[in-house]
Design a protein. Sequence first.
Length: 326
Amino acid sequence: MITRRRLAGLLAAPALLPAAARAQGSGWMPDRPIRLLIGFPPGGASDAAVRIIQPRLSALLGQSVVVDNRAGAGGNLAAEAAARSAPDGTTLVSANIGTLAVNPALVRMMPFHPVNDLAPLSLIFNATNVLVVPASRPWRSVAELVAAAKARPDAITYGTGGVGSPGHLCGILLDKIAGTRTVSVPYRGGGPQMLGLVAGEHDFSFSPMGTVTTHIAAGTIRALGVSTRGRAPELPEVPTMIEAGLPDYEVLNWDGILVPRATPAPIRQKLGDVIRQVLAEPEIVAEFAKRGLTPRPTSEEAFAAQLAADSQTWQGLIRAAGIEPS
């Protein structure tokens, strides 16, 4: 005979099981709030994208998703924290191409392994990088900037959102293709870097579309080129770097969401499905577009393939450029 006390115990039993065991069905849902770590401070593209999708993630997962900015070390601080977290689906991290594909070639003692310690869920977005200069600088074309950099090696500076960030990659590729020697100035994220550019603290930057349009409209900075193969709809009058005379110049700027590698497959599948659903919603697509971002919902496998390809490309380029890890 099942007593009332025994029945209450049976009903409560699932809550006592570990998260991995409860995930063995497609209906897994988190039983406590989720942390979504970001490796950069507020104001940049990564932070903007995560905060756009945060409310919908919370609604669909039935739990609060708490954004936690852990800025520093080119995104490594947040990625390491996620890699060392319990693999139960309650800690996610947003990381970009620089943190995952580039930092291993620039950081001698990486505190985590992008593949062995983290599992990809989905990419979040692609962003167009724009070559911009402060209004106080005289250059009005890529050719003029390149000429100035060739005339003054190691004197022209460019700001980045951190070592290994997409903006840093753009600068490395500029030097390689144009034959210049410019100097990178790392900031603790895209937001602080853009403030520094407007203030004239450095000579140029490659910054995401969403962080530059307002300043371009205000006349505080000037756009010279975009890093994509085709012109950007937001700035149709601005040439691509290829059109400006730099053959094969293209840099893909992306962010994605990952979890600790040991997170069970059913949990990863649930989280990935929800992220992809949110990124496909028309309202989210429209909000991304306002910031120059293109949603990119992908499978785990597609994300892993993108990471592998970019790691090979950029780490090879960094080694060929003779840049030593620090």
